[in-house]
Structure formats: structure tokens, C-alpha cells
Design a protein around this ligand. Structure first.
Ligand code: SF4
Length: 180
């Protein structure tokens, strides 16, 4: 049976993890979901690298070199790639730093107001190289679907996924997409 399941992967790049929390908001329907899908790389399995998948869901924008690596691996391995949430779609909250010099930003966080007393900007060579700007994921890879929201509601995610997994073109009612 399990070989017939749809292989699904998710990852979080430069985001707050809220979109993943919203996925968990489908509550007891998670049991229905695991009947339909086999999870590959996702925080739910703790698998570190994305294998061949049918659907990949990406939360968060691209703010450093590691994000690019992870995103390209996802694109290479996922037949359908979904950008979920404002951060993946347009950079979202992390992109608010795009008008601030990166070094000024680091100093503000680590050395000045609200930072650690006498703190230093982390410079371990193993840390991912940060970019000057935070980018939406479509600037790095092709994206098949965009699911907006900050985060999209659990209802919207469930509706989107059930359509997609059933082979239907995902369609969300206005009530699931308006944020006023
Ligand atoms: Fe968090 Fe909103 Fe970005 Fe989702 S879109 S990761 S909820 S800030």
C-alpha cells in the first residue's frame, strides 16, 4: 500500500515556522493525510535531505546560501513545488530588513539596542553566508503553486492539499484567501 502513497516533503527557509504550525492546524485530519501521503524530508520526520517526491511545500524566503542549496534540492526532487505563505511568495516579514544595511542590521541585533551586552556578531565559518536581501523563492527556482497568507489557515491548506492530492486543480474560496 505504502508505495502507492504520494510522497510529500516540506521545508522551512527564512520564515517563522508559522506556516508549518498552520499545517498542524488541520488537527485530526492529519490522520487522513498520512493515509494519503508518505512524508519525506520535513520537520515531522527529521529527514535532512529531500528524496524523489511528488509534492514539495516550501515555507520561507531565501536569506542565505544554505537556503539556496535546500531550495534547489527541493526543486530537483519534487515534481510539484508549492510556495506557502507570504515569506516564500514575496519575502514576507524577513524581507523587512531589505532596506537596511546588513551589517547595521547585525549590529543592531547583536551589539546595540536589545542586543547582548558586549555581544559580537557571530562569525563562525560554518554559519551560512547571509545575503544582503531576502528573496522570494520564485527568484531562485520555478514554482508551480502559490498559497498566500501569513500563515494560510489550516482550512486553506487542507482544501489546497486535498485538491492537489486528488489530481484536481487547487481552488480556494475567497473566504479562505481574504485577510481584511
Ligand atoms: Fe511565518 Fe507568516 Fe512567514 Fe508563514 S508567511 S513563515 S506564518 S511570517
Amino acid at each position: 500500500m505504502s508505495e502507492q502513497k504520494i510522497r510529500l516533503a516540506t521545508c522551512s527557509l527564512a520564515g517563522c515556522f508559522g506556516c508549518h504550525m498552520s499545517l498542524l492546524d488541520i488537527d485530526e485530519r492529519l490522520f487522513d493525510l498520512v493515509e494519503l501521503v508518505e512524508f519525506n524530508r520535513t520537520p515531522l520526520t527529521d529527514i535532512k535531505h529531500c528524496g524523489p517526491c511528488d509534492v514539495g511545500i516550501v515555507e520561507g524566503g531565501v536569506c542565505n546560501a544554505e537556503n539556496v542549496h535546500v531550495l534547489r534540492e527541493f526543486r530537483k526532487n519534487c515534481k510539484v513545488l508549492v510556495a506557502i505563505g507570504a515569506c516564500a511568495i514575496n519575502g514576507g516579514l524577513p524581507a523587512m530588513r531589505n532596506n537596511i544595511d546588513l551589517w547595521d542590521c547585525f549590529q543592531e541585533v547583536y551589539q546595540y539596542e536589545g542586543g547582548l551586552e558586549g555581544g559580537q556578531v557571530p562569525n563562525d565559518p560554518e554559519l551560512p553566508l547571509p545575503f544582503d536581501k531576502v528573496h522570494p523563492i520564485y527568484e531562485v527556482v520555478n514554482v508551480d503553486y502559490f498559497l498566500p497568507g501569513c500563515p494560510p489557515s489550516g482550512e486553506a491548506i487542507w482544501q489546497f492539499l486535498t485538491d492537489l492530492l486528488a489530481g484536481r486543480e487547487p481552488k480556494l474560496d475567497y473566504e479562505m484567501l481574504h485577510f481584511d
